[in-house]
Design a protein around this ligand. Sequence first.
Ligand code: PEP
Length: 251
Amino acid sequence: MIRPLIAGNWKMNGVAGMLSVIEEVVNGLSERSDGADCLICPPATLLDRASRAARGSALKTGGQDCHAEPSGAHTGDISAEMIADAGGSYVILGHSERRADHNESSEMVASKAEAAARANLTPIICVGETLDEREAGQTLSVISGQIDNSIPETATDASFVVAYEPVWAIGTGKVATVEQVEEVHNAIRKQLVQRFGGSGSDVRILYGGSMKPGNAAELVSLENVNGGLIGGASLKASDFLSIYDAGISNL
Ligand code: PEP
């Protein structure tokens, strides 16, 4: 049984007032059974304060991206070591918004994943096809290429998380169908087992794309769906906690 991960991605949302959401989630988790890992990745400016608010609780914090180098002349970037120093234990890498807005290639994502391992962070490596790619029947080949090239050569075991996020489902309210999610997640699992042997069965594969309290239970009940990466619905504590509840309801 893989322990699910319910992860929130706040993107470029949140100033100090949003720390109340962290507090509500911390309190909510303390009243619930411990059935899943729970993570929030706030903007970098809030990470240290969010980590302090979550310290000693079941809530983990993480970054939304990192540079491949530990330090240096890279204005505006933050390193994996800085995320760890601010209390983070995970980092989201290769989100489609970074791939699109910052031209991040899978090879760059792999270098960042190596940096995450160097700083003892767990990388959440995101993959996903665009609508054009899906309509051209290229979904599985796109995902397979992204998986191959975004997971570093040096990765040897299940010390990373994969998130399947169809680009057309992110922030659009459109959710992939059960059949679409199953097809891609099963293919990812097969590829991970081919590459990593037995430990490929232990890697968590999250679904992301308009996950909400109303659709989470069905999605996370699917065989190779081991949790969710949640954008919009992670900004409201009650919605995020409902998704957590869905994550533990199958246990
Ligand atoms: C995301 O940003 O990773 C995401 C899945 O966003 P949303 O839940 O808002 O679609």
